[in-house]
Structure formats: structure tokens, C-alpha cells
Design a protein. Structure first.
Ligand code: ATP
Length: 300
């Protein structure tokens, strides 16, 4: 597969703070990648390195085969970027801003612009500097996607959006990918219930490192919950699945086990061989994230 992003051994410090520690990451075409992790773990720093806004202390980052710190205008025009702060030209109206941004690109999609303005209920004459944080974020998204980028980097793009706008935004991401299976979208977010609807790959960071980088379906298949009636072999279950139990809790009638590093099929086989009735329950991404972050005791 031809990677459009290739990051190798990337490290970045700010003074004494090591924000990124020896990160390696690659991405091919046709994928929506969710980048997750606690506040300050380095997500934005990684994304900024990818597009050359930060220079690494060690390691390399390439996008479309060019060094991130030397991206040509042609390559930059293939990238869309929405950043957390949403810095925009405040004195312009939304329409003026879009015209200005559009003047830098050849592939501006007017239909998408109109559709988005309508979907987000944006007032084209509104002055950017006077927009609410949510409307501002919507405008930033619009300015980043209408030139039809092949690589879309979204750093917390939906934090200020209301539920309806978030839903429309996620629909749009799926539409972008479906219309053109060649696009790559990286989205960093703390709203895991949103991004789990669209991502096909999950990258979880912790303290400047990548903890997990995995196909999302595979991740869901390998971290889940099993509930066993007490008296129906709960003790035996603990024994049989020990080493795979991230956390267990018993409430007198039932024992809930959070399992990891075992497939549902394997767990079901082991339990059925011992004739133990267990209900296998898939976990939402938010709960899966807690298990990977070593906080399985907080899984409901
Ligand atoms: N320009 C900078 N100067 C100094 N420190 C910085 C700078 N940018 C990031 N940092 C620090 O690097 C660390 C990683 O920050 P980063 O913004 O990448 O985290 P994040 O995972 O995106 O966090 P959040 O989820 O809160 O947005 C933090 O400790 C942050 O304070």
C-alpha cells in the first residue's frame, strides 16, 4: 500500500517537556482514523508535525512523499486542516472568508459549500469575529473541506458543535469517504461516542507515545464484557480466563468481567466447553478506551 503519511521515530520537546517520544505512524488512502488520548498527551503536536507547523527534534515526517517541514504549495493544496483554536480572519464575513480561501485552490466544490451553509444554518453575511464558538468551528470546517482535500486533518473539530451539527458533520465525513474512497481523514476528538460512528482505525496516545494503533473492528472484537450468573461457574470463569481479565466485579448475583486480548469467539468457546452461561456484551469506544488506558475499573 502507498502510504500518504509516513512518520518515523518522531520526537518533539518543548523545553524540558517531551511532548512526543519516538512516534512512528503511517496511513494509506481511504481511511478515517480516530486519534484519541488524554489532554496533553501529544495529539495536536503530532498532527502539527505532520503538516510542518512544528519541526521535530528527531525522526522524520512525510506527507505525499514530501518532508512535512518542506511541503510544496501543490502538496499543501491536497491537505485540509481544522485546528482546535479555529484562527480565522475575523474582520471578514463568512462568504468573504470562503471566497478568500477559495482563491487559493483549483478544486473548490461550490455545491458542498452551499450544502454545508444550509446544513449548519450559517448566515453568509455574518462577521466571522462575532460568531459563537460553534458557528466559528463550522466555518473553519467549511473552509478546510470545500477544496476537496485528499488528506483531511481534523484536530478536535466538533468540540463546540451542538449534537445536530455534530451529527451532520459526521455524516459529511462518511459521505466524503464514500464519494471518493481515496480520501484519508484523521480526526482527533474527546467525543468518542461520535467518532466511533465513523472511524475504521483507532490510534490511542498516552504521554507522548502511541499506546494502541489498530483496526477498529479488531479492537471491538478483542475488548468486551462478559457477564456470568454467580453460581453458574463465576469462580471457574475467573480461573479459565485469567490473564485476559482487565477487571471484574461481582454484585452478589452476577459477575461482570472486562476481557481484553482475547477474541469473543475464543472466550465463548472456552466458556461453552465448561458449560458456563455467559452473556457477551460489546463495549462502546469510550469504555474500550478506558481499558486500553489502564482504567478498566471505570468500565460500567
Ligand atoms: N507550542 C507549545 N509550547 C509549549 N508547550 C506546548 C506547545 N504545544 C504543546 N505543548 C505541550 O505539549 C504537550 C502536548 O500538547 P498537545 O496540545 O499536543 O496535547 P493534546 O493531546 O492535543 O491535548 P488536548 O487533548 O488537551 O488538546 C502539552 O503538555 C502541551 O502543554
Amino acid at each position: 500500500m502507498n502510504n500518504i503519511i509516513q512518520v518515523s521515530g518522531l520526537s518533539k520537546s518543548f523545553g524540558k517537556l517531551k511532548a512526543l517520544k519516538d512516534i512512528s505512524f503511517s496511513a494509506g488512502r481511504g481511511s478515517i482514523i480516530g486519534l484519541m488520548g488524554a489532554n496533553g498527551c501529544g495529539k495536536s503536536t503530532l498532527l502539527r508535525n505532520m503538516i510542518g507547523l512544528y519541526l521535530p527534534d528527531a525522526g522524520t515526517s512525510q506527507v505525499f512523499g514530501e518532508q512535512s517541514c518542506e511541503l510544496s504549495p501543490q502538496t499543501l493544496s491536497r491537505i485540509g486542516y481544522v485546528h482546535q483554536e479555529g484562527r480565522l480572519l475575523n474582520w471578514m464575513s463568512i462568504r468573504q472568508l470562503l471566497r478568500y480561501v477559495r482563491s487559493h485552490y483549483q478544486n473548490w466544490d461550490e455545491n458542498l459549500e452551499e450544502k454545508f451553509i444550509e446544513w449548519f444554518d450559517l448566515e453568509p453575511k455574518a462577521v466571522v469575529g462575532k460568531l459563537s464558538p460553534g458557528k466559528r468551528q463550522q466555518t473553519a470546517i467549511l473552509a478546510a473541506i470545500c477544496h476537496n482535500p485528499e488528506l483531511l486533518i481534523l484536530d478536535e473539530p466538533a468540540s463546540a458543535l451542538d449534537p445536530l451539527a455534530r451529527s451532520r458533520f459526521l455524516d459529511l465525513l462518511l459521505e466524503l469517504l464514500q464519494n471518493d474512497g481515496e480520501k484519508t481523514i484523521i480526526i482527533s476528538s474527546h467525543i468518542l461516542s461520535d467518532i466511533e460512528k465513523v472511524i475504521d482505525r483507532a490510534v490511542i496516545m498516552d504521554k507522548g507515545r502511541i499506546l494502541k494503533d489498530c483496526d477498529f473492528d479488531k479492537l471491538k472484537e478483542n475488548i468486551f464484557k462478559a457477564v456470568v450468573e454467580n453460581g453458574a461457574g463465576a469462580d471457574l470463569t475467573n480461573l479459565l480466563l485469567s490473564g485476559k481479565i482487565a477487571h471484574h466485579r461481582s454484585d452478589g448475583t452476577k459477575t461482570s468481567l472486562v476481557l481484553q486480548d482475547i477474541s469473543r469467539a475464543e472466550a465463548e468457546k472456552i466458556l461453552s466447553e465448561e458449560k458456563i452461561d455467559a452473556e457477551i456484551i460489546p463495549l462502546p469506544l469510550e469504555e474500550i478506551y478506558k481499558v486500553i488506558a489502564g482504567k478498566a475499573e471505570y468500565v460500567l
